[in-house]
Design a protein around this ligand. Structure first.
Ligand code: NDP
Length: 240
């Protein structure tokens, strides 16, 4: 039977590419999203992948959402913690709401989701967890103390959980994307975008598929010895 993969924020942007790549690789895929019903419906019509709506920053919603996915598709073998948001401001102007929204959606979500699949994975002796971090969690970014802290937190999270899970056939890794040409990035004015691209030695933005291919590798049996690592996919913009 096909393995089941659950992608948070799997209906748009990088998550959409991850969902499609996993389906193409033979997984039964479920795509979670937060509230953009129109995009989720269009995604499912285009891909045939079902969408499931819940807020990954809410522990109980994750528990209920995962139970629904598992009832419909079977136990989750591969979890991709991809959902994320930004609420940028320099720290001296950042509100507690901006801080909390980014920490709970980008970091606590990894706990909320992983905690609700890890016991099943341990019992079955197999699992793959991939967290989508960011270049800005590796190097920091002006105006993003919340986002950089959350994304760096995910890297620490996978290092610790990888050690706890290694004996149970479960690998836990992060991917740190650089600038990816999602709708949001492509909407940046052309002159600003040109300045960003000039800082990327490969000379182009990343594509969502560049990240998706990394996820497919980390989810595969071929990657069973890769755990606790962070795969940097950024066109050499930041090497660490
Ligand atoms: P998008 O904004 O294009 O898509 C975000 C997805 O996450 C949507 O499906 C959205 O659902 C979902 N989502 C947001 N908040 C929640 C929530 N609380 N609960 C459930 N789902 C939620 O994001 P990107 O594709 O650009 O980014 C994907 C990941 O990659 C993020 O973690 C981001 O931080 C990271 N990243 C992105 C980079 C880039 O250049 N784009 C660079 C480095 C990292 P809905 O459609 O309902 O809003």
């Amino acid at each position: 039977m096909a393995r089941v993969a659950l992608v948070t924020g799997g209906t748009r942007g990088i998550g959409e590419a991850i969902s499609i790549a996993l389906k193409t690789a033979g997984y039964t895929v479920a795509a979670n999203y937060a509230g953009n019903d129109e995009a989720a419906k269009a995604f499912s019509e285009k891909t045939g992948i079902p969408h499931f709506k819940w807020d990954v920053s809410n522990f109980d919603a994750c528990k209920d959402g995962i139970a629904k996915v598992e009832a419909e598709l079977g136990p989750v073998d591969v979890l991709v913690n991809n959902a994320g948001i930004t609420r940028d401001a320099p720290l001296h102007k950042m509100s507690l709401e901006q801080w909390n929204a980014v920490i709970t959606t980008n970091l606590s979500s990894s706990f909320n989701m992983s905690r609700n699949v890890i016991e099943g994975m341990r019992a079955r002796g197999f699992g793959r967890i991939v967290c989508i971090s960011s270049i800005n969690g590796q190097k920091g970014q002006f105006g993003q103390t919340n986002y950089s802290a959350a994304k760096a937190g995910e890297i620490g999270f996978v290092k610790a959980l990888a050690q706890e899970s290694a004996k149970h056939g479960i690998t836990v890794n992060a991917i740190a994307p650089g600038y990816i040409g999602t709708e949001m990035v492509r909407a940046v004015p052309a002159d600003v975008l040109a300045k960003i691209v000039a800082t990327i030695p490969v000379g182009r933005l990343g594509e969502p598929e560049d990240i998706a291919r990394g996820v497919v590798f980390l989810a595969s049996d071929a990657a069973s010895f890769v755990t606790g690592s962070t795969l940097t996919i950024n066109g050499a913009q930041y090497i660490c």
